[in-house]
Design a binder for this molecule. Structure first.
Ligand SMILES: [Fe+2]
Ligand SMILES: [Fe+2]
Length: 325
């Protein structure tokens, strides 16, 4: 007998187009109650399957669904694909919890897995650190870091939104910044060890800035203190365990951490005042912005010669895929 699911094509997020009927399982990442101009409320959802994320809206029975839905859980959603502001979204008609023994649902499909081998990349980062650091205090600093923060560091997001916003993103970004710090310090004759350690710690505060479970969410510390100060805090906490850590060395590293956003209006309490700090700031900017260029091109349809306007970069990005064909 044909079951209800077979009446619908079970398209995944990446293949969905306007007009499709949907009766799929999604993990609900977030749920927000909003108000329409006429005063009625609706629910805005962020949903994911293993192929991507999509927004959803619930216009009816808001009072029934709002208390029922829990962010981080999987639900079967019935609805249709519509378009809003050039993006597809789901007009949700009903939401059903999935049972524990629903054999069509493999929970692992809804766990976000990093897009690369995290263990290997972490090992590469540790090898890169070990081969560039000789100062015995900094060697100890690296050991304490990997003992205390190695595991959470591996799977953490690089950002809430914008760049490296996926599991493993912090690791990927940090390794890039470390490698670039080595090249730039060699080229300009800067203090390589200070730059490498500054690179390792610069965004470490992101471990405290947002949590990963059940969904990625900003923490109280993250919202009230921010990762720049939190990175400095983690550095100080690790440094405390090392006997006689020289205060001038600490000060130089702390300066790299707190000035890495480059300008006070971008959250840094001080602007970079050493060549190493300035170089680290530019490297950080380079890696985060180039990542946005690459992601934007990748997400732009082959048919389009330019991407949508990107708010962070303040421009549309040229999409060479069409001409390459
Ligand atoms: Fe940062
Ligand atoms: Fe960064």
């Amino acid at each position: 007998m044909m079951n209800l699911f077979d009446q619908y094509q079970q398209k995944q997020v990446k293949d969905m187009t306007v007009g499709d009927r949907v009766r799929n399982a999604f993990k609900i990442l977030s749920l927000n109650k909003r108000t329409k101009k006429n005063g009625d409320s609706f629910l805005a959802l962020e949903l994911m399957d293993k192929t991507g994320n999509i927004q959803g809206k619930i216009w009816e029975k808001v009072e029934t669904y709002a208390p029922m839905i829990q962010a981080g859980e999987i639900y079967r959603i019935n609805g249709s694909i519509t378009e809003f502001m050039n993006k597809i979204e789901i007009k949700v008609e009903s939401v059903e919890p999935v049972s524990e023994d629903d054999r069509e649902i493999n929970r692992a499909d809804f766990e976000e897995t990093p897009p690369f081998d995290v263990e290997k990349t972490f090992q590469e980062m540790m090898e890169t650190l070990n081969s560039s650091i000789t100062n015995p205090f900094l060697v100890q600093l690296i050991h304490h870091f990997s003992d205390r923060y190695g595991d959470p560091f591996k799977g953490h997001y690089g950002a809430l939104k914008i760049h490296h916003a996926y599991a493993g993103g912090l690791l990927e970004h940090t390794l890039s910044v470390i490698k670039l710090a080595i090249s730039v310090s060699d080229f300009y004759g800067l203090d390589k060890e200070i730059m490498v350690i500054g690179a390792l710690f610069h965004d470490m505060g992101k471990l405290l800035e947002y949590t990963r479970t059940p969904t990625v969410e900003i923490t109280g510390e993250g919202g009230l203190i921010g990762h720049i100060v939190l990175s400095n805090q983690i550095f100080l906490e690790i440094k405390k365990q090392i006997k006689d850590f020289p205060s001038d060395l600490s000060l130089k590293i702390q300066h790299l951490i707190v000035s890495h956003h480059g300008e006070r209006e971008f959250g840094s309490p001080e602007v970079p005042k050493t060549p190493e700090a300035f170089a680290l700031h530019i490297i950080d900017l380079l890696d985060s912005k180039l990542k946005i260029f690459q992601d934007t091109i990748q997400q732009t349809d082959v048919e389009r010669l330019f991407s949508e306007y990107n708010r962070v970069l303040g421009r549309r990005i040229y999409n060479p895929k069409k001409e390459d064909e």
